[in-house]
Design a protein around this ligand. Structure first.
Ligand SMILES: *Cc1c(COP(=O)(O)O)cnc(C)c1O
Length: 409
């Protein structure tokens, strides 16, 4: 009960200009947070401030603007390091987002794998965590294995245990499923993989809005995230890698910034983190990423999790009162994502009616077609809640779904 009062949602909503707007004449109800979060004014202001006052290319200039921009960008890297509790700031690589981060690792492992090596992924993966590994297997002759899921949308750990062998070189699992909200037992997955000498990459894109990952405590080899799901801008994200792994992996892209010395005979690579940061980066994005983390930490991740859990329970109970409504992903260990369908009605049609009512949800396969195949459905309606959402908005969703059901059945 005490936790309830710790989030002042009325005050928080004033931080987000977009939450004041209307859609189709109705107040916006934004329940597509698992696709991207909304942006607080303080983050928007930091981007405007950068372009207004100290826009410059970084790391190369001796002039004042370049120095200021470099300092702000590198300070943001340290904020990210502290947030994830990485041991060194050079273990944080700026990327364009989760997908880019995963591709850096996949590309790097192409040089380390051989025919017959095995890679394990999970049945709950986002496409961005399946396709790069399939490409890697094609390139190297490695074999892809999949941890199966159960009806509740949980990974089956006894099956995972059986998949691990001396040939397992890599394990890739998301921390939290974007399609179902399931929180995966990543600590167990990491520890068991390490017993056979395999490296582990955890896709944290969907976890970071809800929890504060501690990469040293997890002892994870790689952890990846996107800023745009944690109140930051699009086009920027991060790859955490243990120093020993980042030193072993070859660079992903060649270009400026990532070299130490260049001649036509031989080029030597820059030290970490620059080895993986070819070209002019998204400077304002990196700085804004740091501001977004500051903002979320000022609210507090314990408070965020407690409040979002309340919203999840409230919405689950209310939605289940609707006849013929089925929720997919019913693990006890889940975050504020509800994937559901109305019996005999296509999810797209429900989404369209909700949009007319100003309610933004996602419909479709959520970049996770294998999960939809498992349930033998074309897709779901997904409502995902953030700490700036309210119970009143959930009431509006429930009324909207009832209305859609009436109109469509
Ligand atoms: C959003 C998401 C991604 C992809 O993130 P991008 O920012 O589009 O690169 C990958 N995995 C999961 C679990 C996600 O939720």
């Amino acid at each position: 009960m005490e936790l309830k009062t710790m989030i002042n949602v009325t005050k928080i909503r004033q931080d987000f200009p977009i939450l004041q707007r209307t859609v189709n004449g109705k107040p916006l109800v934004y329940f597509d947070n698992a696709a991207t979060s909304q942006t607080p004014k303080i983050v928007i202001d930091s981007i405007v401030d950068y372009y207004t006052n100290y826009n410059a290319n970084i790391h190369r200039g001796v002039h004042a603007l370049s120095q200021e921009a470099t300092d702000a960008y590198e300070e943001a890297r340290i904020k990210i390091q502290k947030h994830f509790n990485a041991k060194h700031s050079h273990e944080i690589i700026y990327t364009s987002g989760t997908t880019h981060s995963i591709n850096i690792v996949a590309n790097g492992f192409a040089a380390l794998l051989k025919q017959g090596d095995e890679i394990i992924v999970s049945a709950l993966e986002h496409h961005s965590n399946i396709v790069p590994w399939q490409m890697l297997c094609e390139k190297t002759g490695a074999i892809l294995k999949v941890i199966p899921m159960n009806e509740e949308g949980e990974l089956i750990m006894s099956e995972y245990d059986k998949l691990l062998t001396a040939n397992t070189k890599l394990v890739f699992v998301n921390h939290i499923s974007n399609a179902l909200g399931t929180i995966n037992p990543v600590k167990y997955i990491i520890d068991e993989a390490h017993k056979v000498g395999a490296a582990v990459l955890i896709d944290g894109a969907q976890a970071c809005p809800h929890v504060k990952p501690n990469v040293q405590e997890l002892d994870v080899d790689f952890y990846v995230a996107s800023a745009h799901k944690i109140c930051g801008p699009t086009g920027v994200g991060m790859l955490y890698g243990k120093e020993k792994w980042l030193n072993r992996l070859p660079p992903y892209q060649g270009g400026g910034e990532m070299i130490a010395e260049v001649s036509f005979e031989k080029t030597t690579y820059a030290d970490l983190p620059h080895k993986f940061e070819a070209g002019t980066p998204h400077v304002s994005g990196g700085i804004a990423f740091g501001v977004a983390l500051d903002y979320m930490n000022s609210i507090g991740f314990n408070e965020i999790a407690a409040y979002e859990n309340e919203l999840l329970e409230y919405a689950t109970d209310k939605l289940l009162e609707i006849d013929g409504l089925k929720i997919y992903g019913t693990s006890k260990s889940k975050t504020s994502v509800i994937s559901f369908n109305l019996e005999g009605i296509h999810p797209y049609d429900v989404g369209t009616i909700l949009d007319k009512l100003g309610i933004a949800v996602r419909t479709g396969h959520h970049c996770a077609q294998p999960i939809m195949s498992f349930y033998k459905i074309p897709g779901t309606i997904r409502a995902s809640f953030s700490f700036y959402n309210t119970k009143e908005e959930i009431d509006a969703l429930v009324e909207g779904v009832k209305k859609a059901k009436m109109m469509l059945s």
